[in-house]
Every structure is written in C-alpha cells, then in structure tokens.
Design a protein around this ligand. Structure first.
Ligand code: PGA
Length: 248
C-alpha cells in the first residue's frame, strides 16, 4: 500500500487573504511530512491555490464536478475546466451534495467517470446517516453507494479513492471509533476486491470529525489509508499535526 493520503476539505470557507495566510503557514510547516496530501478548495480559489501550491508536496483538489461534459448548465464546473488548473483530486458524492443538492448514486457515479476521463482522481464519498446506522443498515448503504460507482466505472475502479464519512460524524464532533471505521473500511475493501484485482491500490479514507487528537488511532487501523478532514483542515497547526500523524 502507498503512503497515507490526507485530504483537507475547506467546504465553503476562505477568502483570498485567509487562504494566503493558511497556505503559507501550512507550507512552511511541511518538513517531516512524507504522506500524500491534498486540499480541496472552493472553485473560485483554484487559480490562487494552484499558484501557491505549485512545486509543493500539497496537491490541489476540487470539491465537486459537473456530471455533464460541457454545455448549457449554468453554474456548473466541468472536469476539463478543473484539469486546466492542474486539479489532481475531486470529491464526488460528498454527503452535503447528496443531502442539499439531491445527488443520487447514479449522478455520483457519472461524476466519478467525468473526473477519471480527464485524469483527475475522484474521491468517492460514502456514508450512512444516523437513522440508517441505528437501523443496522450501514453496510447496505455504503455498499449500494459504492456499487453504483463500480458499475459505471468498470476497469478504471482501481484509480479511484474512497472516503467513508458517516454522516452523523461530519462536523458534529462525534467521530466513529477506530473499530467502527475499520469495520466499514473492511467491508468496502472486500467489495473492491470483488471488482478488481488491484483493490489494494485504492486508498480508503476516513472522514467525520477527524482531528489532531483522534487521527493517530484512526490511521492505525489496517484498512484506514488516510483521512478526509473538514473543520480541522482550516487550522494550520491541526492540519500539520494530522499530516505528521499520517507520516509515521
Ligand atoms: P469534518 O468534515 O472533518 O468537519 O467533520 C469532514 C468532511 O465533511 O469532509
């Protein structure tokens, strides 16, 4: 397995001035970091982040991509446009997109396909809501979400990254225990193994209130290959300490 992959998700936060100071603080503290790392920034800041991250060990990521290739889709951003800014990773199917923008499993699968078609690695987010966990449906939900992406992407499936983000843990301060995370990651790994001989190439990230205090124990699990970090990626010291935890 490759080194751990740590991905920050800024969500709808930032400004030109705040981004410049956050990125300069992170970049100046990267000594000793040897994991893979990326930041998914809001689209208007791609050009700023592209220039500030150029030549650094931090890759550029986007938070969403259109399921259309081009055309009359006001407000949408295509995969080819992201590629123009040297975007390396793109989140698809984040629970906030599924919840507030009605993204279905089928749409998420096409978004993953759009990203792959231009050489961008889709980070496919899956995860159950609290009521689904309480009803014992966690496995069924995440398998259904991943199955749609596997079905639509066939032999390219070893090129994706998967992020398991229990919806009840996102931005709530409630984190899955390392054992809960490992349990779901093992299910996803088995599903990938059934789909491709190269399942070991797929990094499976954990996301949901990951922070500087709990990162090490989550990352110690055998099938936790990294993290997708929201709130804590907006604080340079926290993000750097998580990158260092992933570099051990
Ligand atoms: P959080 O967000 O770390 O703030 O819980 C994670 C995410 O939504 O990607």
């Amino acid at each position: 397995m490759a080194s751990k992959l740590m991905v920050g998700n800024w969500k709808m936060h930032g400004s030109l001035a705040a981004n410049a100071s956050l990125l300069s603080e992170i970049l100046s503290g990267m000594g000793g970091v040897n994991c893979r790392a990326a930041l998914c920034v809001p689209s208007p800041y791609l050009t700023q982040a592209q220039s500030l991250l150029a030549g650094s060990a931090l890759a550029l990521g986007a938070q969403d991509v259109s399921d259309h290739e081009s055309g009359a889709y006001t407000g949408e951003v295509s995969a080819a446009m992201l590629r123009d800014f040297a975007v390396r990773y793109c989140l698809v199917g984040h629970s906030e997109r599924r919840q507030y923008h009605g993204e279905t499993d089928a749409v998420v699968a096409i978004k993953a396909q759009r990203a792959l078609s231009v050489g961008i690695t889709p980070i496919v987010c899956v995860g159950e809501r609290l009521a689904e966990r309480e009803a014992g449906l966690t496995e069924a939900v995440v398998k259904r979400q991943l199955a749609a992406v596997i079905h639509a992407n066939g032999h390219c499936i070893s090129e994706i990254v998967v992020a398991y983000e229990p919806v009840w843990a996102i931005g709530t301060g409630l984190t899955a225990t390392p054992e809960q995370a490992q349990g779901v990651h093992a299910v996803l790994r088995t599903q990938l193994q059934a789909a491709t001989a190269q399942a070991e190439r797929v990094s499976i990230l954990y996301g949901g209130s990951m922070n500087a205090a709990n990162a090490s124990s989550l990352l110690a699990q055998p099938d936790v290959d990294g993290g997708l970090i929201g709130g804590a990626s907006l604080k340079a010291t926290d993000f750097l300490s998580m990158l260092k935890a992933a570099s051990r």
